[in-house]
Design a binder for this molecule. Structure first.
Ligand SMILES: Nc1ncnc2c1ncn2[C@@H]1O[C@H](COP(=O)(O)OP(=O)(O)O)[C@@H](O)[C@H]1O
Ligand SMILES: [Mg+2]
Length: 245
């Protein structure tokens, strides 16, 4: 299957008033695409729109081939169930163990027997480097460990496409690198596509195949990371060569 996992066409998104206009890009199977741009430019707003939470003001969003906002709630839910989202705030439930947090989508959406659920949780924890963390309370985890637990939960149903909002924001470089490693490991094993909002240049270079950049209310550049690094567009150049400014 070569159809895009995500296709945005002339998308306008915002809250009554547009935040971003003219957003057209695709994410192909197994691709990691970074969404870039300054604080407040609309990255999280776009993410809300492509994850089914904020209807677009105009244009089309296709997720896994389906025009999600043309579907009824039931059919849209079926499509979105094949995606996973790790929000900017990791949102683990503090009253539940790490294992119960990660098992939540399995318990809510499947009839799998308990031993199978436990094994699936164990495997996902191993993939994100948290072997043996099942019985821990979220509050006892470091920031980076919580992010990785949230990734395990976002991928517990083996999604085809995963959305991640600033997974390594505010973390030190070593911890950020451990998040990158977890994302690459998940992609290697699950073959999923990934849309990731990030400001971290190191992380973009390490894991992204392509990037889409936003500014001044619109999509202002898109390409492979090598193409963008070589770009002479002023804003793109400044982003990829911060020390030259
Ligand atoms: N719930 C909301 N209602 C109205 N405006 C919002 C809401 N959330 C964000 N905004 C506005 O939308 C713009 C883009 O915000 P956001 O998408 O969070 O940017 P980014 O994630 O790129 O930092 C900002 O001007 C912000 O104030
Ligand atoms: Mg944001």
């Amino acid at each position: 299957m070569t159809a895009p996992l995500l296709a945005c066409r002339d998308l306008v998104c915002g809250y009554g008033r547009p935040v971003l206009e003219g957003v057209t890009f695709d994410v192909g199977p197994g691709e990691i695409v970074a969404l870039l741009g300054g604080s407040g430019c609309g990255k999280s707003t776009l993410l809300r729109t492509i994850t089914g939470l904020l209807p677009p003001l105009a244009g089309e969003v296709r997720v896994l081939g389906a025009p999600i906002y043309d579907l009824d709630a039931e059919a849209r839910g079926q499509v979105l169930r094949r995606t996973g989202t790790a929000f900017q705030q990791d949102a683990l439930f503090g009253s539940m163990t790490v294992a119960d947090n990660i098992a939540l989508p399995l318990r809510e959406l499947t009839d799998l027997p308990e031993p199978v659920i436990r094994e699936m949780v164990r495997m996902k924890l191993a993939l994100v480097g948290l072997t043996g963390f099942e019985r821990r309370a979220p509050a006892s985890l470091s920031g980076g460990q919580r992010k990785r637990a949230a990734l395990a939960r976002a991928t517990i149903l083996d999604p085809d496409l995963v959305f991640c909002d600033e997974p390594s924001a505010g973390l030190d470089p070593v911890v950020a690198a451990s998040i990158d490693a977890a994302l690459l490991q998940l992609r290697a094993v699950l073959g999923m596509g990934l849309v990731i909002v990030t400001h971290e240049l190191e992380s973009i270079r390490a894991i992204a195949d392509r990037a889409v950049m936003f500014g001044r209310g619109t999509l202002c550049a898109a390409g492979t990371i090598d193409e963008l690094i070589a770009s002479r567009d002023r804003d793109v150049y400044t982003f990829f060569h911060p020390r030259s400014a």
